[in-house]
Structure formats: structure tokens, C-alpha cells
Ligand binder design. Sequence first.
Ligand code: DX5
Ligand code: ZN
Length: 219
Amino acid sequence: MRINPSILAADFANVESELARIDGADFVHVDVMDNHFVPNLTFGPQMVGRIQATSPVPLDVHLMIDEPERWAPEYAELGAASVTFHLEAATEPIALARRLRAIGARAGLAVKPATQIEGLFDVLDEFDQILVMTVEPGFGGQSFMPETMPKLRLLADEARSRGSSIWLQVDGGISESTIAQAAEAGADTFVAGSAVFGAADPDAAISALRASAVRHHQH
Ligand code: DX5
Ligand code: ZN
């Protein structure tokens, strides 16, 4: 069970010290937004390169941007452990996943809450992780959408029946009160922004979330 704190909930003026508060995390989740794919703007490769240089844990980059074919490889080249782009924004998702893997990153594919995933079952091997969004992408601090859980469960069942070792990630509204539902539905990788950076002791929050995920995980 992996816990990936989202840097979106950190203090951007003190990124280095914020990263030091989550050295017990598995990865740091880095939300890149372009104000086109989502109605919010964060940062690009230059900032992510600095995060990469100072982070005590590997980077899990989540690209909420248009034209991922044009921009995603740069994040793999700067050393991100995983680069996840959105199915809704991609024109050639399999070709892009192959490029990311060739550079040495894990290839991730994200889907918004309303996006169906049945079309992915035959190409699961092309990806290292699937991100099922549990809020509409764009902002931290939103409420978890339980209606996304049947889709996650279907994906987890399908992955298991195919003998796949793909990671299943959830992102949005994950906290001590919602992580059990996501773990029961088959998630093994959990992004949490406010629940970690909003805690007095972020590493303690990470441990508590991980323990709850371990207790409730099915599949
Ligand atoms: C939302 C981002 C999330 C966000 C999660 O578009 O993809 O990673 O930071 O924040 P919380 O955990 O606060 O919902
Ligand atoms: Zn995210």
C-alpha cells in the first residue's frame, strides 16, 4: 500500500521544508495543471525539476494538461519515477505510454470520474498504473466521490483475473474516513493532499493512512 502526498496542499513558498515533512511517504504526487484541461494553473517542468532535485522520495507526476504527447516526455526525462497523463486529453495513449517507459518512467493513465474504463481492459499491460480520479480534477480539498468505486472495483477485478501487477491509484478526497472504501474496492496507491499536509504531523498521518489501507485492502 503506497501513500503519495499531493504537493498541491503544501506551502509552495517553502517547498524544500514541506518535502522534508513527508520523508515517510512512498512518492510525492506532483499536480501539473495548465489552465486548459482543468480550470487551474500550477507549474511546469522547471519547478518539477527543482522538486525532483530536493525531494527525499521519488516523484509521481500527475499531468492535468492538454497535449500530453507534447509535454509528458520531458517530465520522464527530468527523472520522475512515474508520469501519469489523462485519457481524455490523449490522442495516442499507448504510443505515449511506450515513450515514457522507454525513457525509464512508469507510465500512468488517469481517468476523470465520469470516464468509462472498459476500453482499457485489453491494453492494461501498456501501463504501469491507472489513476481513478475520485474528484473532478483541478483542486485540492474536495469531497471524495463514492460513485467512482464501482468502476475501481471492476478495474481491480479485471486486473486480477488477467494476472496483472498494475498499480491502481485513487486521487481526491482521500482521508482517514474515505481510504477504507477505496482500499476495499481494490486501490493500492493513495494520493492525499489536505489529509497529509493539513496534519500537525504529516508523517504520522501517512502512517495512519497506510495502516488503514492495509487493513481494508481487498484483492
Ligand atoms: C486534484 C489533484 C489532487 C489533489 C488532491 O485535481 O489531482 O492530487 O491535490 O487533494 P486532496 O487530497 O486534498 O483532495
Ligand atoms: Zn493529482
